[in-house]
Design a binder for this molecule. Structure first.
Ligand code: PLP
Length: 364
């Protein structure tokens, strides 16, 4: 089976095989990682390796802390304002809303401060308005954006300029798929279940000077200073999720690092976009070319509005060939092709071959 799921998503086979091999006995301790105390020296090593490998992969500067939290991306929709809304007296934040996930983040942040949506609300999320049209507030505590809107397939190809205001980024669905300069960010976070592991653990990278401003009612598990101060061990962390994430980081390092993942994601997504663009309208992707995602590609069949019969038939045909989880999000319809790091070029080649066959059989 080839899994094109938007998340929880495909994991590298080598990672799962390694986890399987160690399921009952990690590193000759006699028990598996799930059964290890989070204070044991073996787990401490897993945690330290995981962080060090990530630091290596992203060249994270020394003035940034890394923590592993629970609560997923949605937990961070709350944790970000709870930790940063008091950075300045006005308790204001700027949100660049480009899809469902940044919409939800902005709505949650309104509980804790004043939210300024820097771009005019769009009916459809198919384009990112140019930076010179944004209404950024120089007094904002932070500027928030989602690097890749997983549902709409809208991805930033650049890092927004915020003129000194700390930048917060949700990288849940594209982290480690392209080079990023961490020093441009205040906070980066990512739920693991798309590109870096299994559901249950959330990676958070925080610039040191932004720690220590949590609102007094911030739940202790979401307080960045508590999590950083306790090396993610204030409470029991998602130990198995951290272990799997560590294996994924090792897999990426062995495969050639972030540069290799970037090269591959470009190649994989181009193969799909080329098929769409050369289909003379049989397939369409309604997202503006300037912000087409390399990770999640929404596709309609039979015209930009889609044809339900053709789309169902495509999904059935793909399923018969072992290609699963290609159905589009209910709010967008059609198909969605997710191409995270663990999806190989060969997987994409099979899909593209089927797309061409299906087109030849069904175009009138
Ligand atoms: N942010 C992005 C970009 C997502 O794709 C998702 C989930 O798909 C979330 C946040 C929400 O994450 P979670 O379900 O882990 O709360």
């Amino acid at each position: 089976v080839i899994n094109f799921s938007p998340g929880p998503a495909k994991l590298p086979e080598e990672v799962l095989q390694e986890a399987q091999k160690e399921m009952l006995n990690h590193d000759n301790v006699g028990v598996g990682v799930m059964e290890l105390s989070h204070r044991s020296k073996e787990f401490m090593r897993i945690l330290a390796d995981c962080e060090n490998n990530l630091r290596n992969l992203l060249t994270i500067p020394d003035n940034y802390k890394v923590v592993f939290m629970q609560g997923g991306g949605t937990g961070q929709f709350s944790a970000v304002p709870l930790n940063l809304m008091a950075l300045k007296p006005g308790h204001k934040a700027d949100y660049i809303v480009t899809g469902i996930w940044s919409t939800k983040a902005a709505k949650e942040a309104e509980k804790y401060g004043a939210v300024n949506r820097v771009i005019t609300k769009m009916d459809k999320y198919e384009v990112i308005p140019k930076q010179n049209e944004w209404n950024l507030d120089p007094d904002a505590c932070y500027v928030y954006y989602c690097a890749n809107e997983t549902v709409h397939g809208v991805e930033f190809s650049y890092v927004p300029e915020t003129y000194g205001v700390p930048l917060v980024c949700d990288m849940s669905s594209n982290i480690l798929s392209r080079h990023v300069d961490v020093s441009k960010f205040g906070v980066i976070y990512a739920g693991a279940q798309k590109n870096i592991g299994c559901a249950g653990v959330t990676l958070v990278i925080i610039r040191e000077d932004l720690i220590g401003y949590a609102l007094p009612y911030c739940p202790v598990v979401f307080d960045y200073s508590v999590q950083v101060g306790n090396n993610s061990l204030y409470n029991t962390p998602p130990t198995y999720g951290i272990y799997i994430m560590g294996l994924v980081f090792k897999w990426i390092l062995t495969a050639g690092g972030v540069d290799k993942m970037e090269e591959l994601s470009k190649k994989k997504s181009e193969a799909v976009y080329d098929t769409i663009d050369n289909s003379k309208g049989f397939y369409s992707c309604n997202v503006d070319e300037s912000c087409r995602s390399r990770m999640n590609i929404p596709v309609r069949i039979g015209g930009p509005g889609g044809n339900d019969v053709l789309e169902d038939s495509f999904l059935q045909g793909a399923g018969k060939r072992g290609m699963i989880s290609l159905k589009g999000h209910r709010s967008v319809g059609g198909l969605r092709i997710s191409l995270y790091n663990a999806v190989s070029f060969e997987d994409v080649d099979k899909l593209v071959t089927f797309m061409k066959e299906f087109m030849n059989e069904n175009r009138h």
